[in-house]
Structure formats: C-alpha cells, structure tokens
Design a protein around this ligand. Structure first.
Ligand code: RIB
Ligand code: CA
Length: 304
C-alpha cells in the first residue's frame, strides 16, 4: 500500500488527479492534503479542495500551506482555471474545514509516524521546499516525490517555463538540489497525458461524481477548444498515473537545475545523467492513460 500526501493547488487537473488517487484505494492510502498558493490564492484553492471533498462526502485532513512563493508575488491564472481557481461547478455548502495545523507541521507529524511516504507535488513547490529546509532529519522517509512541473524545452507561461516551477523557482531549486528521489512529469510528457473533449458527453446527469466531473472538465477543456484542439493535457493527472502504471511511461534520469532570474524565470535545465536524482518522463501511452482514467471514475462512483 502506498502512503501518499498530496500537495496541491486545485485546480481542475489537480482534482482529476485526486479522483484517480481516491479511486485506487486498494493501492493508495491518502494520508492527507496540503494546499499551496499557485493557480490561485491559498484560501481559494483550499476552499476548492474542501468543497469538492465535502460535496462527495469524503473525509480528509487538509492542511493549509504557503500563502505566497518564497520570493516572487503570487500570480493567479484565471485564463486556465477561472476566477475561483476551479470555475465550472458551483458549491453552496462545505462541511470540511482545514485542520488547525499548517502544512509544514502536518507533513512533519504525519511523515514521522510512517515508515515511508510518497509525496505528490501538483502545484508550486513552496510547501515541499520549506519542509525540506525545516526538517532535513526526516526527508529520508520520503520514498519518492512525484512532481508535475517544468519542461524539457517548451513553456506554458514563458517561452521555456512551465507554470508550477515559474511560480516559485527558488523553492523548486531547493527541491531538485535535495537528496530526494524525484519523478518529474514535465510539459512534454503531459502532451501524451490527455483526455479527448468528447469523453464528457455522456457524463452529464449520470451521477453526482460524473456530473461534477462534467462541470469541472467542461470548463477546463474550453482553453484547448479555443485553440481548435480536440483533447486537453490534464497535467496533474500524470502524477498518480505514474505511481499506479509506471509501465505506460518512459523517461531518463537527469540532474535538474532551475533558472531563477526574471527573464527565464522557472526554466528547468535538464542535464541527462544516469546518476541524476530525477527521472524525467517524456512519453506515455495516451490510449491507456485515458482508459485508466475512465475506469477510475467508474470505480470511484461505486466507492462513493
Ligand atoms: O502547468 C500546469 C500546472 O499549472 C498544473 O499543476 C495545473 O494545475 C496548473 O495550475
Ligand atoms: Ca496544479
């Protein structure tokens, strides 16, 4: 059983990643969630997570983390995720509140008690870097850190920078310079981690979970539809998919360096090297990726 803590900034694709993890409860035990300022401000992304989990009657530990990146100011991304950070569904009530412990203390308390923990990094790496700096004594208990972020050569916020790393490059540098065993899903592998826009056509009114997924993905797909695409990368979903189905991915080891300066802020420099601490993914079987996700939704629907 994988013991997992999900660090996230929900976010449409963060929620799809969470659905995938929740569906695989025989393999993944979610110990809790930590939230980070990224796609939107900390309060908004935390509310988004609590709203979704509460709506589905899922009990969870949610700990709030960083309000802003280490040095730069926060930069909400309404173009992709809307003003709320999770536009599409409208929630009227949530009975899930974050716990009275910040992300750093929650990570410390939880990881200390476990033999090994896997971390998912679905947003900027501010919480994880701060944990590494504050508790170097227990980072050996982190079996692996699976991150969505960075790129091999392209960008989605600057020409060669991806949003999560751009948002807080200083924290990213601390993380990649650490001794952690890292798996990185950069933009290039996410080109294979896609869902066709037509999959949601029969989701409407099917059940509470499918209706919610419809509302989330219908909004999320608009961004790619405006460009004329028939499918969208669901970035963060690559992270649990890799944990569950590593055989559908390909990648190579590397050391990863981060550019901190404003003009190329957040660019990831991938130095391929067998001894590198980061497995940089570059290919995924798109057909299986989509099939596994559809299976996960059907499984989760039965579990709820
Ligand atoms: O660049 C993609 C990342 O930024 C994902 O984590 C997504 O949630 C977005 O906010
Ligand atoms: Ca995210």
């Amino acid at each position: 059983m994988y013991k997992v803590i999900i660090d996230c900034d929900p976010g449409h694709d963060d929620i799809m990643a969470i659905f995938c993890a929740l569906a695989n409860k025989e393999k993944i035990d979610i110990l809790g969630y930590t939230t980070v300022c990224g796609n939107n401000l900390l309060d908004k992304v935390t509310d988004n997570l609590c709203n979704v989990l509460s709506f589905l009657n899922i009990e969870a530990m949610v700990a709030k983390g960083a309000h802003k990146p280490l040095f730069y100011d926060s930069e909400p991304q309404p173009i992709a995720h809307g003003e709320s950070g999770l536009d599409g569904p409208v929630f009227t009530y949530s009975n899930l509140k974050p716990i009275n412990l910040n992300a750093n203390d929650f990570l410390y308390n939880t990881i200390s008690k476990e033999e090994k923990v896997i971390l998912f990094g679905l947003g900027p790496l501010t919480n994880i870097a701060s944990f590494i700096q504050k508790h170097p004594d227990i980072i050996s208990k982190i079996d692996k850190l699976i991150i969505m972020g960075g790129s091999i050569y392209k960008g989605n916020i600057l020409e060669e920078s991806e949003f999560n790393i751009y948002c807080d490059p200083h924290s990213a540098k601390i993380v990649f310079d650490s001794s952690l065993d890292i798996i990185l899903a950069p933009l290039e592998v996410c080109d294979f981690c896609t869902l066709h826009h037509n999959i949601i056509e029969d989701f409407k009114d099917k059940s509470k979970l499918f209706q919610l997924t419809y509302e989330i993905l219908e909004f999320y797909f608009r961004y790619s539809k405006r460009k004329g695409d028939i499918k969208s990368p669901v970035f963060d979903l690559a992270v649990p998919m890799y944990l569950l189905h590593p055989e559908i991915f390909e990648g190579k080891n590397a050391f990863v360096d981060i550019i901190l300066d404003q003009d190329k802020r957040g660019k990831t420099i991938i130095n391929y090297n067998e001894k590198g601490n980061t497995l940089v993914l570059d290919k995924c079987d798109n057909h299986l990726f989509e099939q596994y996700f559809l299976n996960d939704l059907n499984t989760l629907e039965k579990l709820l």
